[in-house]
Design a protein around this ligand. Sequence first.
Ligand SMILES: Nc1nc(=O)c2c([nH]1)NC[C@@H]1CN(c3ccc(C(=O)N[C@@H](CCC(=O)O)C(=O)O)cc3)C=[N+]21
Length: 287
Amino acid sequence: MTAQLIDGNALSQQVRAEVAKRAAALTARGLKPGLAVVLVGDNPASQVYVRNKVKACQDAGLHSVLEKYEASMSEAELLARIEALNTDPAIHGILVQLPLPKHIDDHKVIEAIAPEKDVDGFHVASAGALMVGEQGFKACTPYGCMKMLESIGMKNLRGKHAVVIGRSNIVGKPMAMMLLQADATVTVCHSGTADLGAITRQADIVVAAVGKRNVLTADMVKPGAVVIDVGMNRNEEGKLCGDVDFDGVKEVAGWITPVPGGVGPMTITMLLVNTMESAERQLGQLG
Ligand SMILES: Nc1nc(=O)c2c([nH]1)NC[C@@H]1CN(c3ccc(C(=O)N[C@@H](CCC(=O)O)C(=O)O)cc3)C=[N+]21
């Protein structure tokens, strides 16, 4: 193995310790940061994720509320709950766990969240703010990837070529924007890209965010490149694995993130950071 590991669990611990300090300072000033997590239906994977998020909040000294509803909940009922959370002074962040049951329109629900509480960074106002460099909330997964780059001394990416594989609204597109904001030269590849390997071989940084195993193999990586794996897939044995052929790529790359223990824990960490930030902004407004 030539690549060094970017350890998402270790970095998360560091960042969460900072969040805990800031949360304690805010709490001492009478404002405990609060996150509401809304879960509709009984998707077993969602149950686990949501529990992890609530636990991470508690560990960092944030207030958290878990609202669980039956899969049969109507869209109107859900919208009414969001409206109530929008005006609840104890809540600074609202996360509606996706996917939602089919009879509920995801987009409509996300747009109902007050942008100043959109700690997932999914609202069009958050996406727009990122695009034009205004204050908003950054989507947690790409934000966590940026933190991982920063942790290995790659904060300013001037002169670097970053290649993002995937163009989803929640990872690929905001990832490209954040890399651009850090001064990287950015290429976005996707299912319509002709010769993916020819492009990724030019990259100093590759972010794989497709949701398919072995999208990136050793022959597609420039020696010494940084490889960030956003994928969350299961192999034949049901084991969690990413989009990157880890065993092959680790022999070529300079740095690599594992799955599990990479981007996943950082996603939750940045949710805490955003919730903190939201509470701090509110205090700033109160003076
Ligand atoms: N509104 C919304 N916001 C989300 O951020 C959101 C969502 N909906 N729906 C589902 C996905 C998925 N997601 C994960 C976060 C952390 C891990 C994570 O920490 N994974 C661990 C391992 C978990 C395991 O072992 O299963 C790891 O990679 O080490 C995984 C998945 C957030 N999501």
